[in-house]
Design a protein around this ligand. Structure first.
Ligand code: PLP
Length: 284
């Protein structure tokens, strides 16, 4: 695989980053994941806009222009022959040459890494056809979840707990209300209404979320942005999650309670179709 490191395209075995890199020592970095379908990038502009916001919130400079990010994405997709898959992009505060809590001098260059992951059949995965099962776990992440940082240890622990309990993912809960999934935004549907938590620093502002809510409103579906409890989720008619890699994926069980008879509901299924169709059309 060819990967990108600070302006260079290298075989993955030759791409090296310093042990003093702030990404490695302090998880001081941000990332994005863009989906690739039929060799084209989905929601690229949205992901770049969020990247710039994340960098800005952490007072990190943006090392590349939008054209440079786009060129690099396209080159990696081409060189690695990606039809369906993901493009991972990470920017860290770079290598100050030592370990210190204070930020390094202004002229320290950020470290930029990009690589592809080939996922043949990404748009027709089994989870989407059958729906996934989730358990709830207390949300113990920091309070700036709107910044897409590489501090992913808690979501990783929650995902492992879900697996240990025999299900696919965890929904995180704070003060009795669901925040989001370990790596996705979550929704319930009751009496035809799509309910999802409002945007704040409690959740990541999903790029797929923004697109799906726009398509839902355009299709005259009712959308309510508010917090919901685990009990409400368990009593819902349907549920689903959104993310760049999972698009719209139905959720059929929450803490052992089956929704809609345990099979994907009509609205989640329809939204997945609409999202995939529209996102493919707009892909670049
Ligand atoms: N919420 C969290 C915590 C995530 O990690 C992600 C994606 O990785 C999402 C939501 C979904 O965001 P997006 O649709 O931009 O992929």
């Amino acid at each position: 695989r060819t990967v990108y490191l600070n302006g260079n395209y290298l075989p993955e075995t030759e791409a090296r980053v310093s042990i003093f890199d702030r990404g490695f020592l302090m998880a001081d970095g941000v990332y994005e994941v863009v989906s690739v379908l039929d060799g084209k990038l989905l929601d690229f502009d949205g992901h770049m806009a969020r990247l710039k916001r994340s960098l800005n919130e952490l007072s990190m400079k943006n090392p590349l222009s939008d054209e440079e990010y786009l060129d690099a994405h396209r080159r990696l997709v081409r060189d690695n022959d990606i039809t369906d898959g993901l493009l991972y992009l990470q920017v860290t505060r770079g290598n100050p040459g030592d370990r210190d809590f204070a930020f390094p001098p202004e002229d320290t260059q950020p470290t930029v890494v990009m690589f592809t992951q080939s996922k043949p059949g990404l748009a027709d995965n089994a989870g989407a056809a059958k729906g996934i099962r989730v358990v709830t776990v207390e949300d113990q992440r920091w309070r700036r979840r709107d910044i897409k940082t590489v501090q992913l240890l808690f979501p990783s622990l929650a995902k492992m707990e879900a697996k240990a309990r025999g299900v696919d993912d965890a929904w995180l809960v704070e003060d009795g209300f669901v925040t989001e999934g370990t790596s996705n935004n979550v929704y319930i549907i009751k009496d035809g209404k799509i309910i999802t938590r409002e945007l704040s620093s409690d959740i990541l502002h999903g790029i797929t979320r923004a697109a799906v809510l726009r398509y839902a409103r355009e299709a005259q579906m009712a959308v309510e942005e508010r917090s919901f409890t685990v009990a409400e989720a368990q009593a819902a008619d349907e549920a689903f999650y959104t993310s760049a890699s999972g698009f719209v994926t139905p959720v059929v069980e929450v803490d052992g309670a089956r929704l809609g008879g345990g099979t994907p509901g009509p609205i989640a299924t329809r939204l997945r179709e609409i999202y995939l169709e529209e996102a493919r059309k707009a892909a670049i």
